[in-house]
Each structure stands twice: as structure tokens, then as C-alpha cells.
Design a protein around this ligand. Structure first.
Ligand code: F6R
Ligand code: MG
Ligand code: MG
Length: 366
């Protein structure tokens, strides 16, 4: 059976700052989706990561389907009204446009979708990150799909010997989608040359070169490209199919033990270690640290299995401790150097104006 996975996330308001959504927000999203269950889509699940709510839907309508996008948009809209009534902070924050016109892309919510023929068993992972941007997945995806030091399947499993194709997007381009396709291992250094700049180049999708099938797809929205000003970080989601001709779940997870520094954290203007957290975790220290959750599922004829929380394991408790240490260490440096993002990525109202005002006071001396 051909099935489509649609994962959509949005920040529509949260308790006590940008911490987490209220239970009534999640209930309102669920109430809004429920009437469509079994008719417009086959199954759905809800979760939150920091202040973002993620909807996962399964259906047979393919990607970019107006009905599916409308259902998700209406659910977020309804819940944003609840957030406003409750006086939650940042109510409706990611719903940047008023009118829905057939596709949720470009309206604020992040979206990752893939359509494929279900395998006999179809295991996949849903990653959701908060207080960071889509480039946060660059290094984990590169290591899991390109590097035999992380993905032993590249050496041991013949159905991975041909490697993978990467689609990489230049998110600085605002007139449309600017995408390049590069294959690993032949173009490994070109892939690395782009992915090293996660604020500009982000992995959009990955495909198996053995079967041609889609392996991974990430949301690539840049909120400030839509809004024209800073309105929060993009807090990306990612879908990854695993096992067989794709990397094993554990190979996809391993790079997160590296705890890479990513852009985001407080005011979306800093660098912080990406901490792997359990499902439905809030943020805390310095509006962070940047967090990522991972829920594992199987899907059969569109029906989702029970979920397994991939980062709910004693191993990741230790990694979380490393992340806390890395966060504290970098925060000791405050605004200085690498602790804060470069000027072009700040976008946070005040400092841009402050620097512009200072520019006028510089004098040229010979
Ligand atoms: C980061 C984020 C928060 C806010 C910060 C200030 O993505 O959402 O760190 O930027 O709490 O928020 P405002 O400016 O709304 O008071
Ligand atoms: Mg928020
Ligand atoms: Mg968020």
C-alpha cells in the first residue's frame, strides 16, 4: 500500500514564556483532528517538544495535499484561539499568515512529508527539535548516511553499498526553493562543504541509491524569510525511515551522542549543545538548551503502532549530563565570540538597530 506520512509542527503558545504548551492546547488540537480520523486520514499522533506541538498523520493523499494541510492548519488555528483565551505566551506565534490557500508551506508551521510503498514492516522515526533551526540535523544526517565510522551498514550491508543521495537547500534564497542533489560517497567533500554552514545549507531529503526510495525528509522553513523579521527559531522536524536498505535505528541515533553545538538557544541568537530529550520535554536553562526528541513507530496499512521513545534510555541520561556540562561551559562566555550567533543570524530587533546607530558614530581617521 502507498502511504503518506505528514508531520507538521507549530508553536501556537506556551505556559510561562516559551516553555511548553498547556494540556488544553493539545486537547484542542486533538478535538479538531478527531472528526477526520478514519475518513480524511488513517491515523494520527500528537506530541510536544519545548513550546512546539507536532502532529503526525498517515493517509493516502500524497504530499502537499490541500485537504490534509487544511485540517492541520484549522487544528492549529483552533488551538491558538484557546491559547489566546488562556493568555498563554506567544499565542499563535508560528501562524504567520491569516488566510490558508491550499498549502501550509510558507505560512509558518514546519512540515516534513514523505510518500512511499509500505515495506512488509515499515519502521520510522519522528525527530522534533526546539530552540534551534533546520541545520541542527545536518551533522547527524551526514554521519548516519555517509560515514562508516557511524553507520556500520555502509560497510556491512550490501543494500547500502551504493550510498545515499542528499538534497540540500540554500535557505538564504527567498524567491523559491533552491536545491542541489549530491551523492555520497563520490561527492562527500561537496556535501561536507555545504553542510558545514548549517545556517545557510540544510538537508532537505535523503534517498537510497540502491532502491531510489526516500529515506529522510526534514522541514526547511525559515520563519524570518516568511515574516521578514525575527519571530522565533524554526524548530525543525525530521522523518527518517530505518532498517533494511536504510541505516538501523541505532545508527541514526548514534550521532546525537556527539551533542553538537547548534544555533538557537535564548532568543534564537546563541549557540548551544543539542540535548537529546524524552518525548514531551519542556525547555528550561537559558530558554534551552536546544533539544531534540525522537519517537519510533511502525506503520502498517497506514495504522501507526504504539510509540517507543528512542531517547528514553539510561544511555541518554549520561549524554544529557554531557549536554548540560557543554551548555554551562559555553554560557560562561556570555555574549562573547562563538557563544552568540554572528550578526546576520541575530535578527533580534534591538541589536541590529543598536549597531546601525553606532555605525553613524564611527569616524574614518587617516
Ligand atoms: C527562542 C525563544 C525565546 C525568546 C525569549 C524572549 O526561540 O523563543 O528564547 O526569544 O524568551 O522572548 P520575548 O522577546 O517574546 O520576550
Ligand atoms: Mg514560543
Ligand atoms: Mg519552539
Amino acid at each position: 500500500m502507498r502511504v503518506t506520512l505528514t508531520a507538521i509542527k507549530a508553536d501556537i503558545g506556551s505556559i510561562g514564556g516559551h516553555i511548553r504548551p498547556s494540556v488544553s492546547l493539545l486537547k484542542e488540537v486533538e478535538r479538531s483532528l478527531q472528526p477526520h480520523l478514519g475518513s480524511d486520514f488513517i491515523d494520527f499522533r500528537l506530541s510536544y517538544t519545548g513550546d512546539d506541538i507536532a502532529i503526525l498523520m498517515t493517509h493516502t493523499h500524497g504530499t502537499d495535499n490541500p485537504l490534509i494541510h487544511q485540517i492541520a492548519w484549522d487544528a492549529f488555528k483552533a488551538a491558538a484561539d484557546v491559547a489566546k483565551k488562556e493568555g498563554l505566551y506567544g499565542a499563535g506565534q508560528d501562524l504567520l499568515k491569516d488566510a490558508f490557500s491550499g498549502n501550509i508551506r510558507g505560512l509558518g508551521p514546519g512540515i516534513a512529508e514523505m510518500e512511499f510503498e509500505e515495506r512488509k514492516s515499515e519502521p520510522f522515526l519522528l525527530f522534533a527539535a526546539d530552540k534551534t533551526d533546520p541545520g541542527a540535523y545536518n551533522l547527524p544526517l551526514y554521519l548516519a548516511f555517509c560515514d562508516p565510522m557511524y553507520c556500520s551498514g555502509l560497510l556491512l550491508s550490501p543494500n547500502m553499498f551504493k550510498g545515499f543521495k542528499f538534497e540540500i537547500m540554500d535557505v538564504s534564497y527567498t524567491e523559491g526553493d533552491k536545491v542541489i542533489a549530491l551523492v555520497a560517497p563520490e561527492e562527500l567533500y561537496d556535501i561536507a562543504a555545504l553542510l558545514r554552514d548549517p545556517e545557510r545549507y540544510v538537508v532537505k531529503a535523503v534517498y537510497s541509491r540502491t532502491t531510489g526510495e526516500i529515506a529522510a525528509v526534514a522541514s526547511t522553513t525559515r520563519l524570518h524569510n516568511i515574516a521578514g523579521k525575527y519571530v522565533g527559531k524554526d524548530d525543525p522536524i525530521l522523518l527518517v525511515r530505518v532498517q533494511g536498505s536504510f541505516p538501523a535505528t541505532g545508527e541514526i541515533l548514534e550521532p546525537y551522542a556527539l551533542v553538537p553545538y547548534v544555533g538557537g538557544f535564548m532568543r534564537g541568537s546563541h549557540q548551544g549543545p543539542l540535548m537529546s530529550v524524552k518525548r514531551n520535554s519542556s525547555v528550561s536553562f537559558f530558554d534551552g538548551p536546544p533539544i531534540v526528541s525522537c519517537t519510533a513507530y511502525c506503520v502498517k496499512e497506514g495504522k501507526l503502532s504504539e510509540e517507543a521513545d528512542a531517547f528514553d534510555h539510561p544511555f541518554w541520561d549520561y549524554v544529557r549530563e554531557i549536554a548540560s556540562k557543554k551548555a554551562i561551559e559555553l554560557r560562561r562566555q556570555g555574549f562573547y565570540g562563538n557563544a552568540m550567533l554572528p550578526y546576520g543570524e541575530l535578527e533580534y530587533g534591538g541589536i541590529v538597530e543598536r549597531l546601525q546607530a553606532l555605525e553613524g558614530k564611527f569616524e574614518i581617521r587617516h
